[in-house]
Design a protein around this ligand. Sequence first.
Ligand code: PLP
Length: 328
Amino acid sequence: MGFTTGATASNFVGLAAARQEVLAQAGWDVAVTGLIGARPLRVFAGADRHAFVDLALRYLGLGLPVAVAADAQGEVAGGCPGRGDGCRSRSGHRVPPGRQLHSGSSDPLTEAAMIAHDRGAWVHVDGAFGLWAATSPRHRHLVAGLKTCDSWATDAHKTLDVPYDCGVAIVSRPEAVRAVFGVHTSYLQTTEHGPGDPFDKVPEFSRRARGVPVWAAPRSLGRSGVIALIDRLVQAAHTFAARLSGIPGVEVVNDVVFTQVCVSFGSDERTRNITARLLADGTTWMSGSHWAGRDVLRIAVSNWSTDAADVENSLQAIQRALAAEDAA
Ligand SMILES: Cc1ncc(COP(=O)(O)O)c(C=O)c1O
């Protein structure tokens, strides 16, 4: 496990380890020989993945992934990266999102890992905010199969709410990550094998001690406190969804399963206007976004201090924005 600036960098770490390992299986040590001349690698990722997965792949010289069709909630349908040619590849890795950033839904990880491992591929999970579902007995079914994957990216500065910047990269095969990021030089007294030092796990050498807040938050909250935090955030999302869907002309577009609620107020123009009025009101901050072919107000409940009163105030602010738009 290594600490990074955020999920983008953690995706980079997991995918770098994947590239190292998958090519090593083909007899190619990319850390020594480089990428030029290596057999082509194919990466499969959900069509509705976060754009920062592509950025991590770009850093690695792997280009755009093969997009795997997603269903209405952004989940990879059936869990297979193209059951034909793509699945036969022995030189691939695969990136299911830990949770889709608009719907909060997750790919079928068990099935994805089974299919990928059968073909010598690696499964990396972008779990920037959603990996934290695994801590809660009530919500861990949402990420069933996590353990069967090979590497995971998450952000402690998202759902756990420690200060920015605090990503976490977890890789099941320490030797692979060490082959990529391990540093050997005369004044660093390190061993050649095993999990390695902190600088053997991430791209940076000099950096602040991000592990300290990641240790401190669960240490002060305790297991039950972390679980209560996750459950509270999800409960707030359900409250938003229930109350908003009761207002005529308001549609909750996603199946709310985690902390994301996407709302349409009818036409795209009306949704954009109401979002702008809401942000100008200043009571709450929610982002305008575009998902599933329409403009939406995207609610992502992620601050530890959000309580029932905040949810109520935010709902009233949305209703004010709605009324103002209707009166305009
Ligand atoms: C699913 C997902 N992946 C990656 C990222 C990028 O994370 P970061 O900004 O910490 O690099 C985000 C950010 O919102 C995200 O939601």
